[in-house]
Each structure stands twice: as structure tokens, then as C-alpha cells.
Design a protein around this ligand. Structure first.
Ligand SMILES: [Zn+2]
Ligand SMILES: [Zn+2]
Length: 102
């Protein structure tokens, strides 16, 4: 499988057509290599790791729901939802058409 940039819907902020990355709900360092993952946009993903330690993530924030209901993240989510999902650089029209919309 080619490792390409993935575009999809962020499971946390719900923005669509954003570049998503795989977040291990239980950090790999905490044994979560084969456990569930979530697709998160880059800002959400960064925010999570900025706010929480791997231990916190593994023990009390290992589902998307738990993350979403955390007060600190809620503040962030409120803000990020207002941001345009176009983190993508300006795409020429011909290129944009190639993207498979689901
Ligand atoms: Zn997000
Ligand atoms: Zn992560």
C-alpha cells in the first residue's frame, strides 16, 4: 500500500475533506499498536497530543467520545469547526476533480 496523504472526515471535529492522520486511541507506547484508531485531521491530532500525555490517553481518553467530551478539547473543537477544511493548498480545478467523493 502506498502511503499517500489521506483525505477524509475527521472523527473528532467532523470536518470533511480534510487531510487525516491515524491516531491510536491507545498510544502505541502504551500497547495500543493493534487497538482501535481514529482518523483525525492534523490540527485535532496535534491538539490531543499537546494537551494529553500518552498515559492520560490510554487510561481515560481512549475513545473518540471521551476525547470529544473533554472540556479542553471542546473549546478547541468549537474553534476548529469554524475553520475552513481547506488546509489543502490551492488545488487547480482539474486536480480537484480526480478526488473520489464518497
Ligand atoms: Zn479534526
Ligand atoms: Zn495520535
Amino acid at each position: 500500500m502506498a502511503k499517500k496523504k489521506q483525505s477524509g472526515t475527521c472523527e473528532l471535529c467532523g470536518r470533511e475533506e480534510v487531510e487525516v492522520t491515524i491516531h491510536h486511541l491507545t498510544p502505541k507506547e502504551m500497547g495500543g499498536t493493534f487497538m482501535s484508531t481514529a482518523n483525525l485531521c492534523i490540527p485535532c491530532h496535534k491538539q490531543i497530543h499537546a494537551l494529553f500525555t500518552n498515559e492520560e490517553l490510554a487510561t481515560s481518553l481512549n475513545t473518540v467520545d471521551q476525547l470529544r467530551s473533554h472540556p479542553e478539547l471542546q473549546k478547541f473543537l468549537k474553534w476548529i469547526k469554524k475553520q475552513p477544511s481547506t488546509r489543502l493548498p490551492i488545488i487547480s480545478k482539474s486536480n480537484a476533480r480526480k478526488r473520489n467523493k464518497r
